[in-house]
Design a protein around this ligand. Structure first.
Ligand code: PEP
Length: 243
């Protein structure tokens, strides 16, 4: 059975003053039967990891090279050095804003695995692609192009049009994509593909988490806005535990 995972992506939000939120999420993670991962901005990683306990910490991006002249970047080994054990890769904000291709995401995922990090690989179609009936084709192509050789990954299906908008796909739409992702992971990795957690992301809130977690092959969520405050994230963690 894939592990159930509640993951939070803080993006470029949070300061030292936010460590109290991480502390509250870490305390709740101690009680949870599910895995909890929080991906704060890079400057908080080290302090977050030192107070996290059973809460795992992740980065939000890494460079594909182990070190070198890449001003402003961070390597997978450096994330691990801060205490991270996961890294989000291929988020649509990086694919769209920084032109990250599937092959670059794949190279980053390989680098992450080499440094002992588990990559959380994000996939998702735009509103135009969904309207044109291309959602499945786009997401499955991103999956094959972005996957490393190893099944030690987490997949996050995040339709771009649902991120930060309050719009959420229907249960049927999420089901269709997650079923297809599971089938493709099985085809690529065999039995190991059945164990990979597939998260849904895009406007997950305490009010819709229960319905989303009831969907077959939804093994948790990658949560942006609602992970910033423990009072929003904890009910999502609870809904996952009860699903
Ligand atoms: C995200 O950016 O990964 C995300 C899912 O954001 P939100 O939950 O705010 O839609």
């Amino acid at each position: 059975m894939p592990q159930k995972i509640a993951a939070g992506n803080w993006k470029m939000n949070g300061t030292q003053a936010s460590l109290s939120e991480i502390q509250a999420i870490a305390e709740a993670a101690q009680e949870s039967p599910c895995a909890t991962i929080l991906c704060p901005p890079a400057h908080l990683l080290h302090r977050a990891a030192s107070l996290a306990g059973p809460l795992a910490i992740g980065g939000q991006n890494c460079h594909h090279a182990p070190s070198g002249a890449f001003t402003g970047d961070i390597s997978a080994a450096q994330l691990a050095d801060c205490g991270a054990s996961y890294v989000i890769l291929g988020h649509s904000e990086r694919r769209e804003g920084y032109g990250e291709s599937d092959s670059l995401v794949r190279a980053k995922a390989q680098a992450a695995l080499q440094s002992g990090l588990t990559p959380i690989i994000c996939l998702g179609e735009s509103q135009e692609q969904r309207a044109a009936g291309q959602a499945l084709e786009v997401v499955l192509a991103q999956l094959s192009g972005s996957l490393p050789d190893d099944a030690r990954v987490i997949i996050a299906y995040e339709p771009i049009w649902a991120i930060g908008t309050g719009l959420v796909p229907t249960v049927a739409e999420i089901t269709e994509v997650h079923d297809a992702l599971r089938a493709q992971l099985h085809a690529i990795f065999g039995a190991a593909g059945q164990e990979i957690s597939i998260l849904y992301g895009g406007s997950v809130k305490p009010s819709n988490a229960q319905e989303i977690f009831a969907i077959t092959h939804v093994n948790g969520a990658l949560v942006g806005g609602a992970s910033l405050k423990a009072e929003d994230f904890l009910p999502i963690m609870r809904s996952l535990a009860e699903s």
